[in-house]
Design a binder for this molecule. Structure first.
Ligand code: PEP
Ligand code: MG
Length: 753
């Protein structure tokens, strides 16, 4: 059976389009099960009918015409129960409906199984037989297995612009689901980008003229380096020095002697340049890939990406200049930072990548540039959508391919509202973040890798609430030295002084692994992360602490934040090292002061130890991204469980409220720096809890300021009390969005989450 299935899946995958795939399925399944009929019905979401899409055995004229509304017929009963229905004599069943045009009166035995993808019933696969008999257990499991294999292919076809129904010409459509990579609505033309040259396709060939091959390779390498330099230059004004460091890392990779020397060595051993490059790049990439870690495998992709660039120059001597339409939605299997950077910013309306997570670099770049993005859209039919119109809903992580008029209109309205709101919010930038009942709730910005430290983007923020120091570590190919770090931190501290800047000590591990410091673990989010690593490596931690203290000399706006604390001992040890570093620096005559120290509340254990932790530190910052992930046991990067991840879950709300109350008992300020602080609905509840400050991504600053200026703490408290009585996040979100609507922050918020 396995061999049959494998053959069937291969045939289906090779099919030209869905109709052909369905025909293969009905033919093969009928043959394999020696049935008299095999048919596929698909659910048309627009009309809510199951439509006969392909059949081997029924009257061909019935295809596209026979439709069962939900609640009628055996086919839709399979959809309702989401289980196989196996009957020896279908006409006896009360839900049986006779359809004259199929010619099905002659069939008695009926077996129908649901085709389910991501929890949704997409259709029904049915086999029929003349005789009166029940299908055997192994036949049922065979059909179920075929249906489960079919589900992905159908989702692909639907997402690529719907399925044309043979009968009435209408089209089935369902949006493509992914992860919300960057907020906003983007409408435009899909431009599918793919790696410019395929290394895997390079054939083995002997070098006829070794010196000419070496020269060609050197030339291609130089051209690729020049191209990256040009890209970095073009983006100069949009990117901060931190961003440029990323391009610098690419240049370093291309400039590394080991890469160049290995290729030349292979050429000298007799290979032509292209294959020598292919083998060298693949060997480099494999080293990273075999480490089986999300971050490192992304680096392997970078290496391949760079290798392809060199190959392209080797092949043609010039880069193909893309012609980007005015509203380009960049689409690809795995969009890289360089692919995104290549599109002129003024033409970029959105981005959709089949792979990637919310915390991948390309999503971070999209957020920093304000480009609506959907990532992890694993059903993306990349090869079939170039040139189609797309709607990218970066709030919900949805993509509509060739949208219907009504979908397009709805999103155009949202985009317009968004523009109006942005214009209205712009006016708030210089207004204070004060509630109508006079409570000041300072609003800070989260920064790190990208251009978000530029003052224009963080206008309206009263400082930096979270500077993720791991980002400068992630885009280099070695640990940054003390002086290098000092300069980076100094720049951030200086650009905001005298406003406060919260520098968080290195938080690597989990999904943030350094290419030069590999960590291979089965459960990285429960493993060696954040302060656990830095305490185990005082030589890294002490250098960072020294760089931070020295960077702050004379500025007095530094706050230090410790990530991933789960035990009080970790705080004690970190404070001991901090005091030691401070003592050593002052002994040397450096004018450094001890900054206020806080901890991230992001591991559930800290929620219950507020009384033990509070006397040790000066402030708390709630990291709701990790707190939600750990409380709900939902990997924050896993698209399969993304629908379960919500900071408005009552358990998360109760935990956050408990932390705020705990900190207040000890008179210690507590803020929120996770994404929850940037969600207008959640922000109301945080106001009600009495948080001292909020820190959000630059893109959310204005919206959250609007919330602060429109909801009194008294009203927020009342809404919080009501929300805490509700038992699931959906109800809570609906309740809050209705309030936001009434207050005037309408459509945008409805589109959110
Ligand atoms: C958090 O966990 O909420 C947080 C702010 O930290 P990070 O997203 O960097 O893990
Ligand atoms: Mg965290």
């Amino acid at each position: 059976m396995l061999a049959t299935l494998r053959r069937l899946v291969n045939e289906v995958n090779a099919a030209r389009d869905l109709n052909q795939a369905l025909e293969i399925i009905v033919r093969r399944v009928k043959q394999e099960m020696t049935a008299d009929v095999c048919s596929v019905y698909l659910l048309d979401p627009a009309s809510d009918h199951y439509v006969l899409m392909a059949s081997d055995g029924l009257n061909p004229a019935a295809v596209g015409r026979v439709r069962f509304p939900r609640g009628e017929g055996l086919v839709s009963l399979v959809g309702e129960t989401e289980e196989p229905i196996n009957l020896d004599n279908a006409p006896d069943h009360p839900r049986y409906r006779y359809i004259a045009e199929t010619g099905e009166a002659r069939y008695h035995a009926f077996l129908g199984v649901p085709i389910i993808h991501h929890r949704q019933v997409m259709g029904i696969l049915v086999v029929r037989q003349h005789s009166q008999r029940l299908f055997a257990e192994d036949e049922v499991s065979f059909l179920l297995t075929v249906a489960s294999q079919l589900a992905g292919a159908i989702a692909h076809a639907e997402a690529s612009g719907g399925i044309q129904l043979p009968g009435d010409g209408s089209i089935m459509r369902r949006p493509l689901e992914g992860l919300p990579g960057a907020p906003g609505v983007g409408i435009g033309t899909a431009v599918v980008v793919y790696p410019p040259a395929t290394l895997e396709a390079v054939p083995d060939r002997h070098a006829t003229d070794v010196e000419a091959e070496v020269a060609a390779f050197e030339q291609a390498l130089a051209a690729a380096r020049g191209e990256i330099e040009e890209l970095a230059r073009r983006l100069d004004s949009a990117l901060s020095p931190e961003d440029r460091a990323l391009f610098h890392a690419y240049q370093l990779m291309l400039g590394s002697r080991s890469l160049r020397d290995k290729v030349v060595e292979r050429i000298r051993a007799g290979s032509w340049a292209a294959a020598a490059l292919r083998d060298t790049i693949q060997a480099h990439a494999r080293v990273f890939e075999e480490m089986d870690d999300a971050y490192l495998s992304e680096r392997a992709d970078d290496i391949r990406d760079l290798g392809r660039r060199v190959l392209m120059h080797l092949q043609s001597g010039a880069v193909r200049k893309m012609d980007y339409p005015r509203h380009t939605v960049l689409v690809g299997e795995a969009i890289s930072v360089t692919m995104l950077s290549e599109v002129p910013l003024e033409r970029l309306a959105g981005m959709v990548s089949a792979t990637g997570s919310i915390s991948s670099h390309v999503a971070i770049l999209a957020r920093a540039l304000g480009i609506p993005a959907v990532v992890g859209a694993d059903d993306l039919p990349v090869s079939r959508i170039d040139g189609r119109e797309l709607v990218v809903d970066g709030y919900q992580g949805r993509v509509y391919v060739s949208p219907t008029e009504s979908v397009r209109k709805e999103y155009q309205r949202l985009a317009r509202e968004e523009q109006e709101l942005a214009a209205g919010l712009e006016a708030l930038r210089d207004e204070p973040a004060v509630t109508p009942d006079g409570i000041r709730v300072p609003l800070y910005a989260n920064t790190g890798l990208l251009s978000d430290i530029t003052p224009s983007l963080t206008r309206g923020a009263e400082g930096v609430g979270l500077y993720r120091t791991e980002f400068p570590f992630m885009i280099r190919n070695r640990f940054p030295g003390e002086e290098e770090q000092r300069r980076i931190y100094r720049q951030v501290l200086e650009s905001f002084a005298p406003a406060p800047v919260v520098l968080r000590t290195l938080d690597i591990g989990g999904d943030k692994v350094l290419p030069y410091f590999p960590i291979d673990e089965d459960n990285p989010f429960l493993g060696w992360r954040g302060i656990r690593i830095t305490l185990d490596h005082p030589e890294i931690f002490v250098v960072q602490l020294r760089a931070i203290l020295r960077a702050s000399a004379g500025l007095d706006n530094l706050r230090l934040l410790l990530p991933m604390v789960s035990h009080v001992g970790e705080v004690d040890e970190a404070l001991r090292l901090l005091r030691r570093v401070h003592g050593e620096l002052t002994d040397k005559g450096e004018a450094v002061t001890l900054p206020p120290v806080g901890i991230m509340v992001e591991v559930p254990s800290t929620v219950y130890q507020m009384d033990d932790l509070a006397p040790r530190v000066d402030f708390f910052s709630i990291g709701t991204n990790d707190l939600t992930q750990y409380l709900l046991a939902v990997d924050r990067n896993n698209p399969r469980v993304a629908s379960l991840y919500d900071a408005l879950h009552p358990a998360v709300l109760r935990a956050v409220a408990q932390v705020v109350a705990g900190a207040q008992r000890h008179g210690k300020p507590v803020g929120v720096c996770g994404e929850m602080a940037g969600d207008p609905a959640a922000a109301i509840l945080l106001l009600g809890m009495g948080v001292a400050s909020l820190s959000t991504a630059a893109a959310s600053l204005a919206r959250i300021k609007w919330v602060i200026r429109n909801f009194s703490v008294a009203e927020a408290r009342d809404l919080l009390d009501q929300a805490l009585l509700m038992e699931d996040s959906r109800t809570i979100r609906r309740f809050l969005e209705e309030r936001l609507d009434r207050a005037g922050l309408g459509g945008l918020v409805r589109a959110g989450k």
